[in-house]
Design a protein. Structure first.
Length: 477
């Protein structure tokens, strides 16, 4: 187990909100012992004492759960290095010490290539590990270039492309419920399942993240990584083990089986929108384009929806709908597995036998199954719901990820080929959106999202113009 950690971006929001509470939780649970040495690197003109004051302030603000002694231990173990993380000499100072180090790039993705290059020139100690946040690269070519840079620096098993969704207890329960219950796996296929919705709708708006979000948008921020990872766990074949090779091989199989979207598919099977002014839970919210730090000309979406199909024996004929939106009227964060309706009702009861739905509630954690049964009157069909609440996780998601990094277990990190396959799948969507083949709709903040789909004649005309342009070859369904 590695006992040294260097956080590049050690004064940023990710460190404050997630990494510090994760470290305190690991200490409180006895996973770290007293040997942890960790360094925060940032551009602020601070010394270690000032950095420790900042850490204490962030614990007060973001961590109500860890015991005081754990917070104090993490604070006391910290040192600070002022650094430009793209300069090899500064990076060398940040990772200085005896033995291997886990280097956490808590940075914007645009900085990953120059920072990895700087790490190479700074002579990273043998046995060290690299941790990168999503999104991994900014497009397929960028992900491929970054993979080549990383391959020159450390072995693939020492690269941790982390996605904290994979460490959430409820996400793990998607696999657990499938594989530990005989009643589910025999019907986990297109014969019985019509549609699977993977949804992360939230009432939160930008929350001061415009500097990052306006360059990314909902598709890259949520669907390209978090929701595709959930798709992999829902649709994968049962692995032989949950070891890093078996688990990640089966996830890559899912991405490779996803049918590539043509431009015509993108027009008909994707949506994008951004919120206008509205009211959420009694508070007025300005339109996205009026938020501080937003450049309207970027036409960044705050709502993205994509329908996918998998060309596999198990899933041919099932629709997978991935959706995420900000500033909506209600939080809905779940995987909803919608079963097909029964083929025949042999009795003339009042009411409707609605299709069954199995819901994995991601936040808050829970599990629900919608059924149909007999109500108070014997001739009446009524909906029934079976629900279960899970115990709170022993470690926060980032605590689990950090523990895997320090122990050297990459099973819950994203392998290089997996990252590239995720970009390959969504590149046609990005391309078509850049050409304005799909209109950028609007929805009021606090609403249910964009209204029922209406085909826009101007968007379809633009598509026809592009398809008949001799420079651009037409789609071949």
């Amino acid at each position: 187990m590695i006992n040294r950690l260097a956080v590049l971006g050690g004064t940023g929001d990710l460190t404050a909100r997630y990494l510090l509470p994760a470290l305190a939780a690991l200490h409180a649970s006895g996973h770290l012992g007293d040997r942890l040495e960790w360094t925060g690197a940032g551009r602020e003109d601070w010394d270690t004492e000032r950095y420790r004051q900042w850490i204490a302030e962030q614990f007060e603000r973001h961590d109500d759960f860890s015991p005081a002694d754990a917070k104090e231990a993490i604070t006391a173990a910290a040192r600070y290095v002022r650094a430009d993380v793209t300069h090899p000499a500064d990076v060398a100072a940040a990772i200085a010490g005896d033995g291997p180090v886990a280097v956490y790039l808590a940075l914007p993705p645009a900085l990953f290539p120059p920072v990895v290059t700087a790490l190479h020139e700074a002579s990273l100690p043998p046995g060290s590990r690299i941790v990168l946040e999503k999104p991994f690269g900014e497009d397929l070519a960028g992900a491929q270039d970054l993979n080549r840079l990383l391959a020159d620096l450390v072995p693939e098993q020492a690269v941790f492309r982390v996605d904290h969704f994979l460490a959430m207890t409820t996400v793990q329960n998607v696999l657990g419920s499938r594989l530990a219950n005989r009643v589910l796996e025999p019907i986990w296929n297109s014969t019985h399942i019509a549609e699977i919705e993977i949804v992360w709708d939230e009432t939160l708006a930008l929350e001061g993240r415009a500097g990052y979000y306006d360059h990314v948008g909902a598709l890259k921020d949520m669907l390209q990584n978090h929701l595709l990872q959930l798709l992999c766990l829902v649709a994968m074949e049962p692995p032989v083990t949950l070891g890093e090779r078996d688990l990640r091989d089966r996830k890559v199989d899912v991405l490779r089986s996803a049918r590539m979207l043509t431009e015509n598919d993108v027009v008909h099977r994707t949506r994008r929108a951004r919120y206008s002014a509205g009211r959420i839970r009694g508070h007025d919210l300005p339109a996205y384009v009026d938020e501080d730090g937003v450049s309207p000309e970027r036409r960044t979406e705050t709502y993205a929806e994509v329908e996918l199909e998998l060309d596999s024996w198990r899933w041919a004929g099932t629709t997978f709908r991935l959706r995420s939106g900000k500033a909506l009227g209600a939080d809905r964060k779940e995987v909803a597995v919608r079963f097909r309706a029964v083929p025949h009702l042999p009795f003339g009861h009042i009411g409707e036998a609605l299709p069954n739905v199995l819901r994995f509630n991601l936040e808050p954690e829970g599990l629900a199954l919608d059924l149909t049964g007999i109500g108070a009157h014997t001739d009446e069909l009524v909906p029934l719901a079976l629900t279960a609440r899970m115990e709170p996780p022993g470690l926060p998601a980032y605590g689990r990820l950090l523990l895997d990094v320090l122990r050297g277990d990459p099973a819950l990190s994203i392998r290089g080929d997996e990252a590239e396959e995720a970009w390959r799948l969504l590149e046609p969507v990005l391309s078509a959106w850049e050409k304005d083949l799909v209109p950028l709709e609007e929805y009021p903040a606090g609403s249910d999202g964009p209204p029922a789909r209406v085909w826009h004649a101007d968007a379809l005309r633009r598509r026809e113009d592009l398809l008949h342009d001799p420079v651009i070859p037409p789609d071949h369904p």
